[in-house]
Ligand binder design. Structure first.
Ligand code: ATP
Ligand code: MG
Length: 348
C-alpha cells in the first residue's frame, strides 16, 4: 500500500544519504506531452536531488509505451526533445545522467521475452493502474501492449540493474511486477547468485498531485499545468481549476481533494506547511487561494522556464545528448542481455 511505501521511502532516504554509491536509479516518462507540476513534485524533484547526491541515474523516454493508449505516436520528435528540455530546465545534468529512448535500445527490448514468461495473465490483469488507464484510454479495445506494458517497464528498470525508482503513486503496482520478475528470474536461473536486484520505489511528499479537474494531473487528460507554460497561461489554468462550495479554505486532502491539492501546490512552491498556508488564506476563499497558488507557482517556475527557453535554442545539443545517452544505454543493455542468455543457458 501507499503508506507502507512511504515508510519504506523514509528509511531509503537514510540509506541513500549514508552511501549514495550503492544505488542506481532508473526512472522516466512517456513522450506524450510536456512535463507538468505533478511530474515535478511527484518525481523530477527527487531525481535532481538524487543525481546531485551522487546516485547514478538513467532516464528512459518511454516512446514505445506511447502506443499503449493511442494508435500512433503523434509529434514524437517534438515531445522527445521537449522532455530533454524539461529535464535540463529542472537541473538534470546529461554528463552525470544517461538520457535515452527505449526504442533505440534493442537489447533492452529483447529482455521483454523472458520476462513475459515469468508473469501470469491473471497477475497482469489485476493491475489497478492499467485498469485505470484503460478506462481513460482513447481506444475502444485493449491492445496486448497496454496489457503487458508493466513487464516492458520491468525491462526498462532491470536492463541497467536499477535498485531505486523515484515515482508517483500510480507506479507502485508496476514496481511490484518488476520485483516479481526479478525475484522469479533469480530463483529460476540465478543458480545461487542474484542476476537482478529487486528495486524499491521512492515516493515523494506529493505522490499524487491532482489536476485542474480534480483527477490525477496527467499530460493526456488536459488538466495539467506544464512546467513550460507561460505565467499568463498558468494564471488562466489555475483560475479555471475546480474547487468546492465551502467558502473557508482548509487543508483536508481526504474530504476536500480539489481545494487541498491547490493548497499543497502553493505549499510545495513556498516550502511551507500546507495547514499553515490554508490558515493564512482562510476566509479569503477560492479567489484568494487561486491568487496565492498562481503567484507561488509562477515565482517557483520562473528560473526553470528561463533555462528551458535558453536550451530550446540549442537543438543540435539536444540531439547530441540523446545520441550519447543511447550509446551508453546500448552498451549496458547488451551486457545484461548476454548475462541473461548465459544464465538461461537454453538459447543461442
Ligand atoms: P500520460 O497521461 O501520458 O500517462 P502522465 O502525466 O501520467 O502522462 P507519465 O509519463 O505516465 O506521465 O509518468 C511519468 C512519471 O511521473 C511517473 O513516475 C508518474 O508516477 C509520475 N507522475 C505523473 N503524474 C503524476 C502526478 N499527478 N502526481 C505525482 N506523480 C506523477
Ligand atoms: Mg501516465
Amino acid at each position: 500500500g501507499v503508506s507502507a511505501a512511504q515508510r519504506r521511502s523514509a528509511s531509503l532516504e537514510e540509506a541513500i544519504r549514508r552511501d549514495p554509491g550503492r544505488f542506481r536509479v532508473l526512472t522516466g516518462d512517456r513522450p506524450t506531452g510536456r512535463l507538468h507540476l505533478g511530474h515535478y513534485f511527484g518525481t523530477l524533484h527527487n531525481r535532481v536531488r538524487l543525481q546531485n547526491l551522487g546516485v547514478e541515474m538513467f532516464l528512459v523516454i518511454a516512446d514505445y509505451q506511447v502506443l499503449t493508449d493511442r494508435d500512433v505516436a503523434d509529434h514524437l520528435t517534438e515531445y522527445v526533445e521537449g522532455l530533454v528540455l524539461d529535464y535540463l530546465a529542472v537541473g538534470i545534468d546529461p554528463d552525470r545522467t544517461t538520457i535515452f529512448a527505449h526504442s533505440a535500445v534493442p537489447a533492452l527490448n529483447q529482455l521483454l521475452l523472458p520476462f513475459l514468461s515469468l508473469v501470469s495473465t491473471a497477475e497482469l490483469s489485476r493491475n489497478p493502474t492499467v485498469k485505470d488507464e484503460i478506462a481513460n484510454s482513447r481506444q475502444s479495445s485493449v491492445s496486448g501492449l497496454m496489457f503487458t506494458y508493466p513487464a516492458h517497464q520491468a525491462a526498462d528498470i532491470l536492463f541497467c540493474k536499477a535498485n531505486l525508482v523515484p515515482v508517483g503513486q500510480d507506479q507502485l503496482p508496476h514496481l511490484e511486477v518488476t520485483r516479481t520478475v526479478a525475484r522469479r528470474f533469480n530463483d529460476r536461473y540465478g543458480s545461487g547468485a542474484a542476476v537482478f536486484p529487486e528495486p524499491d520505489a521512492l515516493l515523494s511528499a506529493a505522490p499524487l498531485l491532482l489536476g485542474t479537474d480534480g483527477t490525477k494531473m496527467s499530460k493526456s487528460r488536459g488538466n495539467a499545468i506544464s512546467l513550460a507554460s507561460s505565467a499568463d497561461e498558468t494564471a488562466k489554468l489555475i483560475r479555471g481549476a475546480k474547487t468546492d462550495a465551502d467558502r473557508h479554505i482548509t487543508y483536508d486532502p481526504v474530504t476536500r481533494a480539489e481545494v487541498s491539492s491547490l493548497v499543497l501546490l502553493a505549499a510545495l512552491c513556498l516550502n511551507r506547511d500546507p495547514h499553515r498556508v490554508a490558515e493564512d488564506i482562510g476566509a479569503g476563499g477560492a479567489a484568494a487561494l487561486k491568487r496565492t497558488v498562481t503567484e507561488a507557482v509562477n515565482e517557483y517556475l520562473a528560473p526553470m522556464r528561463a533555462r528551458r527557453a535558453r536550451y530550446a535554442q540549442e537543438r543540435t545539443y539536444l540531439r547530441h545528448i540523446l545520441r550519447e545517452g543511447i550509446g551508453r544505454a546500448n552498451a549496458v543493455a547488451e551486457s545484461t542481455l548476454d548475462e541473461v542468455r548465459t544464465a538461461m543457458n537454453a538459447l543461442y
